[in-house]
Structures are given as C-alpha cells and as structure tokens.
Design a protein around this ligand. Structure first.
Ligand SMILES: [Zn+2]
Length: 343
C-alpha cells in the first residue's frame, strides 16, 4: 500500500496546550508521524511516497475564505504583538449569541475561529496545514489512478475542524477535503467511517445537510468525553442529509468485544449506502494505554478492525487522525493496515 507523506508537518511544533490545570507539551507531536512510519516499515509496509503539491481550490469548498485567511494571518499578527517564537492561542471563545466576525486583531479572530485551547498556532503551523492537504489530495490522486487503497499520513489531523472553526489539534478538515475532491472528480457517493476515539464533530457539521457523503462515527459518549456538545445518537442529519449521519457512541472503558458490534453496525451502514469510495478517519487513540483516550482496545484488535474494513472491498483511503500512545502507536497503525491487507 502506498503511504503518502510530507515532512513539512514538522514545522508545526513547539507549542503547548492546556490540560486541566497545567500547560503541557502538545500530544500531537511531530514524532508521531516518525513512529508510525517506523511501525509500518517493521510490518513490511515501506512504499513511502512524497506528496505532490496541489492548489487549495477544493479546500475552499469546505472552509470559508475568512477562516482560511485567519489561519494564514494568525501567527504573523501574533508575532507583531509578542515577538518571535511563541504561539497564538485564544482567551475568549464566540459562544451563544456572540456572532460578530471581526478580522482586525489576532485575538478577535482567535475568539471567532477556534473553539478550544488545543489549536495553538506557531510560525510553521500554516505550512503544516497546507502540507496535510497535499498529503490527502495525493491520496485521492493515487486512488483515481487505480490504487485500491492508500494511507495519507496527515498531520495536523482534521476531523474536529469544520467550515470555520478549528479545535482539538485540527485546523482544516483533511478527510472532508478529500471527500469533496472525490465528488468533484465524479464520485456519486462517498462514505466516511471515523474510528478515532473522539467524535468527528467537524466532519459531521460539514456534511450534515448532504446526502452525497455518508458520515458514520464510532466514538466515546460525548456526555463523558470531548467534544462534549456533539456526537449524540439522535444527530442523524438535516434536510437532504437526514439519515446520512450516523453516530455510534460507546461508554468509556469499552473493549473490543463491544466495540466490534458497533463496528459491524457501522460497516453495514457503509455497505447499504453503496459508496464509490470509502474514507477512513483513522485514529488509534482507542488504544488501552492512550493518554488522551479512554477505550480498552489492545494492539491485536487493530488487525481485526482493519480486516473488517477490508471485507467491504471498496477503494479505501485511510487518513490519519489521532493516536498518542507513543510506545505502541506505530504497531497499532501497522496492524490496521496489515489486517486490512489480509482481508
Ligand atoms: Zn481523537
């Protein structure tokens, strides 16, 4: 399987995030991608391909121009105020009834276009965001050229980012941009299966009123877990999109015997949709030792998870999202791909 990569993601580094009452190093570190590449190589997956450079016209169909402008301008504006080397982060958020869209100060834009304290912006953040789009669009190109499956090693991840809101380590929504590209190039039905521990709130919001993209998400119950305010089972889509959004939340502590039943339901939904192409938002923060997650999957479970996805026998595009248990991250991702490849 082709593994698509760009080393420009490394520029997105050096920021901290707030975790409860402490400032800590960001869990989404550049080392994550190195570890995944190493794990894949150990399992015999060595076909590493550099991403080509694409323009971002298709991304402008997913994200608002004002939001993209904010992502590009935030760090330079921050640096003018605070000097070089820091990171831009919000201290207020646009909440209920606060609907202005200012673009004058970096603080006003951070308040408007981010929804949590997990999206710091350093000097290299835009370069990394931009490269993740190249990585995902290179994957689309490979599938269009006849590959049956690819893995796009996107970093930063994307599934928490919506049209005009960044959060949860995510700035622009890579998997959504890929879905739009498949449709623009002729696909009639695209399915996105999100197996990250956290609900893909950004992807849900982007496609909530559409029936050309089915979104199915397996995740921790939002009553207990980030992003808290979305990802409930009764969110099923709206208007033309009614019935094309499927949330399958599970309680914290869920192990694979229960997880597998939800995965089988999700896979049935994808099968019934008769998708032309399947995108997987691949998070392995469902792992038992993940510092950010709270499920109890073990490394061997990812073989079966991959195999169940493989049995759909669809053109399949894996897009990297979360996974932060550094000791086993590489092995867990490699197991998904190995299980898939054996199916
Ligand atoms: Zn996650």
């Amino acid at each position: 399987m082709k593994i698509i990569y760009s080393d420009k993601h490394k520029a997105h580094a050096g920021a901290k995030e707030m975790r409860y009452d402490q400032m800590i190093e960001m869990s989404d570190s550049p080392e994550r991608i190195d570890i995944i590449i190493e794990g894949l190589a150990n399992a015999g997956f060595t076909e590493l391909v550099q991403a080509a450079v694409f323009d971002i016209d298709v991304a402008k169909k997913i994200h608002s121009p004002e939001f993209i402008d904010f992502l590009q301008r935030a760090y330079p504006l921050w640096e003018q105020e605070f000097g070089p080397g820091g990171f831009a982060t919000a201290y207020t958020f646009g909440m209920r009834g606060m609907n202005q869209r200012p673009n004058e100060s970096v603080h006003s834009m951070l308040s408007c276009y981010t929804f949590d304290v997990c999206v710091p912006i350093v000097e290299g953040t835009w370069l990394a965001i931009r490269s993740a789009i190249d990585v995902v669009l290179s994957g689309v190109q490979a599938i269009k050229q006849g590959e049956s499956a690819v893995l796009s090693l996107c970093r930063p991840p994307g599934h928490h980012a919506s049209q005009d809101l960044a959060g949860g380590y995510c700035y622009m929504n890579n998997v959504a941009i890929a879905a739009q590209q498949y449709i623009d190039q002729g696909a009639k039905r695209v399915a996105i299966l999100d197996v990250d521990y956290h609900h893909g709130n950004g992807t849900q919001r982007i496609f909530y009123q559409r029936n050309d993209v089915l979104f199915v998400s397996l995740h921790a119950r939002p009553e207990q877990e980030y992003p808290f305010l979305m990802g409930y089972q009764n969110e099923t889509g709206e208007g033309a999109g009614e019935g094309y959004n499927v949330n399958l939340p599970m309680p914290k502590g869920t192990a694979f015997n229960e997880y597998q039943k939800c995965l089988a339901t999700a896979i049935d939904k994808v099968k019934n949709y008769q998708a032309d192409v399947l995108l997987i938002s691949l998070g392995v923060d469902t792992y038992i030792d993940d510092p950010v997650g709270g499920f109890a999957l073990v490394s061997e479970d990812y073989l079966e998870l991959g195999a169940m996805i493989g049995e759909l026998a669809l053109p399949t595009h894996f897009v990297m999202e979360g996974g932060y248990a550094m000791a086993d991250l590489g092995k867990n991702v490699a197991n998904v791909i190995a299980g898939f490849s054996r199916a």
